[in-house]
Design a protein around this ligand. Structure first.
Ligand SMILES: [Zn+2]
Ligand SMILES: [Zn+2]
Length: 265
């Protein structure tokens, strides 16, 4: 397999582009809460992040490909020592990547240095499908680089498993941020196992009690299991972060430099 082919197998930008185009259109049609002009401004603010996200993802994917191939060649990881059918290893592998991502997300909220970068994603006060790629470019390294390499290293996973994880997880990343109303019965049924959009929105609430909850991207089971699951009705959620609740703190340049400055000024 060529390097570009391997990279595109674990880099699911193409899925994200299709889904964001679809949901951004649906948001225009189905949600009349925000004027088109406001939505356009919001997209323009978030768009530069997308460019950096796209380039950053591709660059780190090359690093991830080489690292995982090295780990596989040296047969490092738990699954090399357990005899299981390939399809079970694949399903378990996807679940384990999601669990490691859960713990990294939890760390991102609890280690102040990492939070300074991660809070850029949380700063959005009017979330929509474009919020998915609103994240500090240096943070991509933390998720896409460190978290994935550690997950594959511990469990002995390969590029196919990681690629499958991103095919499954990318729709979650986009839909979790969509600015549409989702019925609460979804939270009481599917919400026992997977992260529904309303459950992820709880994670984006300004109240710190709720910000530090519902960390899971795909399987909300991790939050239920490790005691960080919380619920708040979507109508009571105020999105964003108090420290960024001002238009001048919502611009691309401000957000880009925000990890390195005193934001309370
Ligand atoms: Zn978070
Ligand atoms: Zn989010």
């Amino acid at each position: 397999m060529e390097l570009v082919e391997k990279v595109s197998n674990i880099d699911s930008n193409y899925i994200a582009i299709v889904l964001i185009a679809l949901f951004f259109s649906l948001e225009q049609i189905l949600n009349t809460q925000l004027s088109f002009l406001k939505r356009k401004q919001h997209l323009l603010q978030n768009f530069p992040f997308y460019i950096l996200f796209f380039v950053g993802n591709f660059a780190w994917a090359i690093f991830v490909v080489f690292s995982i191939e090295w780990l596989n060649e040296n047969q490092i990881g738990l699954f090399y020592y357990i005899k299981l059918p390939v399809w079970i290893k694949l399903i378990l592998g996807v679940a384990m990547i999601d669990m490691v991502t859960y713990w990294f997300h939890r760390m991102a909220h609890n280690i102040h240095f990492v939070w300074r970068f991660h809070r850029v994603h949380h700063s959005d006060t009017s979330m929509d499908s474009s919020t998915y790629f609103r994240g500090h470019p240096l943070e991509i390294f933390f998720w896409f680089g460190v978290s994935n390499i550690i997950a594959t290293g511990i469990f002995g996973l390969d590029l196919i498993t990681l690629g499958l994880y991103y095919v499954i997880a990318t729709p979650f990343f986009v839909i979790e941020h969509v600015n549409l109303k989702f019925p609460s019965w979804l939270d009481k049924t599917l919400g026992w196992v997977i992260t529904t959009p309303n459950l992820h929105k709880v994670h984006h609430d300004q109240d710190e009690f709720y910000t530090n909850s519902n960390y899971a991207d795909v399987f909300i089971i991790w939050d239920r299991l490790f005691g960080t699951f919380k619920y708040k009705h979507p109508n009571d959620i105020k999105l964003g972060l108090k420290e960024f609740d001002h238009p001048k703190k919502q611009t691309f340049w401000y957000l880009l430099k925000s990890p390195f400055i005193n934001i309370n000024k």
